[in-house]
Structures are given as C-alpha cells and as structure tokens.
Ligand binder design. Structure first.
Ligand code: TSX
Ligand code: MN
Length: 599
C-alpha cells in the first residue's frame, strides 16, 4: 500500500544521491539522540563545555568568523516571475536557481552524515501548525532544531497523516561567502540553503519556513505569518488579553516579550506571559477574532545587551540547557557578553585572549538557543492547539525624533498603513539629525516571501463583515529630547503603554484624535512614580505638523515603488492623512495634538 511517506522517502533518496553522504540518520527527537549529538560535537570541538557548576548542560559553539549572520544579498525568492517576488526581494528564475545551487550540493556530504529532521512548526495537534523536513549535514543544526521546533517522531507521524510538508535542504558546504545561497521556491514548498551554518540561514524552520514560505502559504490559505512576538497580559481581575507586536531588529522585541511589570503593577496583580518572541501565525476563528500560535518551541536570541536589568527572565532561563554561539567566556569559563555585567571576559568569541583592540568580546550577533518553556514568564497557552485570541497588534520602530511614544489607528485600513509605513534607525549615531532610517513594513522586509504590494492587500482582506479584528497601535520607545537623552524609561515601564492599549480595547481609556491617529493625553496614561517633566511629556507626545508632512512624503515615495501592486485603499488612506496634515498646518500654528477628543 502506498504510504504518504513515499514522497518523503523519495526526496531523501534524491538528495542523498546528489550529496553522497557516508551515513543517513533519521532524527527521532529523543533526549538520548540529543545527548549523543552533543557528545560527538564535544569530541570534535564543534561544541565546548561551559562551566558545568554554574551552567549545567550549557555549551559554546564558535562559528566560522566569516559566517556570523543572515545574509540578505544571498537570500532569494524563486517565483516564476520577478513581479511575484516584488522589489522587496532578490529574485531568480526557479530553473536557474536550482541549477546553480544543485551544482554546489553535488557530492558535498561525502565523508559526512546526512540528518533527516522532521519538525512541526506550532503545537503538534494544532490546525494552525505546519510541518517540514530539514535535511542537513550539520550536527549543530540538528541540536538547534531540536530546541527550536517540535522535532522527531511526533512530527513524522503528522507528516504521514497529512502528506504535505516543506522540504528544506541544507549543507554547510565550504562556508565560502561567495558560494552562499538561501533559496526559496514557495510554489514547490522548497528551501535550498548552502554555505552557511548560522542561524536563520541554516535553522530552516525559522525565517525560511515560518516566515518566507509561511507568508506565501498564508496568503493562499487566508492566514497571516508574521514577524511578531506574542504576549499575554494579565490584569488584577485575572483576565488575560493577548498582544502581537512587530519590531525591526535592535528594538528589544525579546525584552518586551518577557517584560516584568513595574513594582506597583505587580502588587496590583498585573503579569506578562510570554507566548512567543519572534514569529506569530494568525488565522480568523469562527467567532471572527484572530487566533495566534507561536510556531517555534525555543528562542534564538541575541545575547549582547541581555542583562538582569534589561531582561531578568531571559537571564534566568539561560542558566542551564542552553547552546551559546559566538559569545565570550570569563576566566572560569562562564558565558559572557557586552552589557551582561562588569566582570571581565578572558576569551573573545573567536577564542582569542580578550583584547579590546580586537573589538567586542562577544560578537554583536552572538546568540543563545534555549527551549521556550525555560523562560519564567512562559505561557502554558503557547501549547494550546486553538491558539490565543489577539486583541491588539503593535507596530514599532526606533526613531530618535518625529514619532510619538504611542498612537492608535482609527481603523484596520489605517492600521495596515501604519504597518506599511514602519521605519527604524539603522545605526546608533551621536546626533539625531540625519540618522539613516530604513523602511521595514511590518518588520517583514527580509522575510516576506512575495511582493509587498500584494502582502498589503492580503492584510487589508481580513477586514470583512463579521470580523472582530484587533486594534492596531504604533509605539516608539526611543524618542530623544533636545539633550540627546531618551525621553521614555522603557523596559518594564512599557507596561504603562500596554495598559492604555488594552483599556482602549475595552473602552476604559480616552484618547485625542490627530491626523496621524489617536494619542493618549497625559492623564490617560498611568505615569505614577515616573517623575517625567512637563517638557519631557510634551516632547514624547508632540506631533509636529511640518515633521509629519515630511514623514508622510517619504512614506508616499516609498510605497510608490510597489506601483500597480499597491492597493488603492492604502493609497487613499495615505492621501487622507496628507490632506489632514495640510489642513492642520494651514488652519493653526498650534501642535496637531491639541485637537478634538477621539471616541
Ligand atoms: O529592549 C528595550 N526596550 C524594550 C523593553 C521591554 N531596549 C533595549 C533596546 C536594544 C535591544 C530599550 N532601550 C528600551 C525598551 O523599551 N528603551 C531603550 C532606551 C533606553 C535606554 C536606557 C535607559 C532608558 C531608555 N535608561 C537608563 O539607561 C538608565
Ligand atoms: Mn526576528
């Protein structure tokens, strides 16, 4: 009798014929298998034991120094036409891409073991989950996939039941940056990654499957695959409401996903529960609300900057059963990175004696890989097959000027425009003037598997009769005052902003209508114990007409590149905002914020 695994077996055979490994190992995902892999890597030096007294079962991996991050120029979407991939992606014709990368795969696993990794993105029984199989010749990849996904026997059983899965073919190859490709064939549910062993290039379940292939599949099937954290916020009445939030890199997404509320909030019974720190798959339920799952089972987080002050929950979960990549170590062999504490590193990320002349001790993109449920704030709802209902979607960016702390979209269309208009500063600069910003709609710039214009249209399509969609907000924790200092304390105090959002959802909080959206008045936000000056408050919420006319002009120019793919509804919404800003500046010199109260 033909089995639904025939297609899988045939594909594994085909890949093995091309790559010619010495052995083939089908991963079962067991503890014993993980232990065995770790022991083998310890023997080869692929993993180094960290201090087992302070960090039981923690290991360090030092990557090739030329293989330390995702490479956007090597990332390609291979759709039949360039237009389907859009100006937001690198494109190659599928046949050309296959030919190019298959030549590199030829014989590349000789002398090595080919690992077959069946995995499930999302709770194993959830209808929102999707399966994949990654083939790799890297033990490090297998160990990381075991932490990051539901891997092994249960996933294989689901694949056998469903028959459909994403095929991911990976080899570290020669690690030559000139021969490095991360290719996506969304119509074939196929990923081919060659020449890198690092992070999103190699752990194919994450960015490649859950976002690039996922977003493409989501459009066909009527759901959303987003680059968002998911948190549950519990109020003193023990009601938990869920928020999904998209931020570009370097905005503290992982920190926000594990936030600990300020002392006063905790005393009243507020709590934040972590469902996910990076990826969110959402689909409308029968009741019209959007239900979300975190497709991942672990965190692959940036280490530098993680400390007891910025993220105590993360620090607690990193004390055991963690793989560290490219961090430094102290003299007694504990993991260390810039921003952790004021101990001194002994060896840098390349294993050299630490010398500040060589740059930072830990690589700025050094990482930890850890199981999600090791986080003290981990939400058991992360295992709920039905997902969690989302009440608010938050977009954000790092903007030293122009963009206020928080504002709310008037409706779904306006919210989608807010997401499409997102931008973030690329580098920390000494001054605020002329800081380069990069447009990063919905924080999906490197992850959207098709044309952004069509993606915006897909977002708009959720606005249907009967839909009970989340409210949409925009936040900026990073506005600076004239003295160049951050105006908002951030971190745990972001709870105050989250509280206002959820009170907007339930109708318990007020706002002021402005052309860019609804802003809290100072009295709508709980600012108790913050000691913010009146000038700081005014600056945090100031909507400057001239600055915003320039901002919206830049947004219009950016969106115009999507041409005929850009939905008319989005264009019209943008024109409405431009017109309102023009009217505001002509009618009054007063700041736009001093407008009428919103309902
Ligand atoms: O993660 C951050 N968040 C979100 C936290 C839940 N960071 C770190 C960003 C780099 C990844 C922030 N940095 C946040 C923030 O809300 N805000 C800032 C800016 C800031 C930095 C330092 C201070 C205040 C604000 N204060 C002192 O250093 C005392
Ligand atoms: Mn991410």
């Amino acid at each position: 009798m033909p089995s639904k695994l025939d297609a899988l077996n045939r594909w594994v055979d085909d890949v093995a014929k091309r790559t010619r490994p010495d052995h083939i190992h089908w991963c079962d995902g067991s503890d014993a298998e993980y232990r065995q892999l770790v022991d083998e890597m310890l023997a080869t030096g692929e993993l180094l034991e960290l201090n087992q007294q302070t960090h039981p079962r923690c290991y360090l991996h030092r990557s090739n120094p030329k293989d330390v991050a995702r490479v956007e120029k090597a990332t390609v979407i291979c759709t039949p036409t360039r237009d389907e991939a859009g100006p937001n992606n690198n494109w190659m014709a599928p046949a050309d891409a296959h030919a190019k990368v298959d030549a590199l795969f030829d014989g590349c696993m000789q002398g090595r073991t080919l690992y077959v990794i069946p995995y499930c993105m999302g709770p194993i029984g959830s209808p929102l989950s999707r399966c994949g199989v990654e083939i790799t010749d890297s033990k490090y990849v297998v160990a990381n996939m075991r932490i990051m996904t539901r891997m092994g026997t249960a996933a294989l059983a689901r694949i056998e039941r469903e028959g459909s899965f994403v095929k991911g073919q990976h080899s570290v190859g020669t690690l030559d940056p000139a021969n490095r490709w991360i290719m996506h064939f969304p119509n074939e549910l196929t990923i081919k990654s060659y020449g890198s062993g690092y992070g999103g290039n190699a752990l194919l379940g994450k960015k490649c499957h859950a976002l690039r292939i996922g977003s493409f599949q989501a459009r066909e099937e009527g759901w959303l695959a987003e680059h968002m954290l998911i948190v549950g916020i519990e109020n003193p009445k023990h009601e938990i409401r869920y928020v999904a939030a998209a931020f570009p890199s370097a905005c503290g997404k992982t920190n926000l996903s594990m936030l600990i509320p300020p002392e006063g909030y905790r005393r009243e019974g507020w709590r934040v529960w972590t469902v996910g720190d990076d990826i969110c798959w959402m689909r409308p339920g029968k009741d019209g609300r959007l239900y979300a799952i975190n497709p991942e089972a672990g965190y692959f987080g940036v280490a530098p900057g993680t400390s007891k002050k910025t993220n105590p929950n993360a620090l607690a979960m990193l004390q055991h059963d963690t793989i560290f990549t490219n961090v430094a170590v102290t003299a007694d062999n504990q993991p260390w990175w810039e921003g952790l504490d004021d101990r001194k590193p002994a060896k840098d990320w390349q294993g050299r004696d630490y010398d500040p002349a060589n740059g930072p001790a830990a690589h700025p993109n050094s990482r930890f890989t850890v199981r999600a449920n090791q986080c003290p704030s981990w939400s058991p709802e992360a295992e709920n097959d039905a997902g969690v209902p989302i009440d608010a979607i938050v977009f954000g960016g790092r903007r030293g000027s122009v963009v206020p702390l928080v504002f709310e979209a008037r409706d779904w269309t306006h919210g989608v425009l807010m997401g499409a208009s997102m931008a973030s500063e690329t580098t920390a600069a000494a001054t605020d003037v002329g800081v380069p910003i990069r447009r990063d709609p919905m924080a999906m710039k490197p992850f959207c598997g098709y044309n952004y214009g069509d993606y915006f249209a897909h977002w708009l399509s959720f606005d249907q009769a009967g839909a009970k969609l989340p409210r949409i907000f925009h936040v900026n924790w990073f506005r600076k005052g004239a003295d160049g200092k951050f105006l908002w304390p951030g971190f745990g105090d972001n709870m105050r902003v989250l509280e206002w959002m959820l009170k907007r959802v339930t109708g318990e909080a007020d706002a002021l209508a402005t052309p860019i959206g609804n802003l809290p008045r100072a009295e709508d936000l709980n600012l108790e114990g913050l000691h913010l000056s009146d000038t700081a408050l005014d600056e945090l919420f100031r909507v400057d007409t001239a600055e915003w006319r320039a901002e919206e002009a830049a947004v219009g120019e950016y969106l115009a590149q999507y041409g005929s793919h850009l939905p008319d509804r989005l264009k019209a919404e943008h024109q409405r905002i431009v017109a309102a800003l023009n009217a505001a500046s002509e009618s009054a010199a007063a700041p736009v914020r001093k407008a009428a109260a919103a309902s």
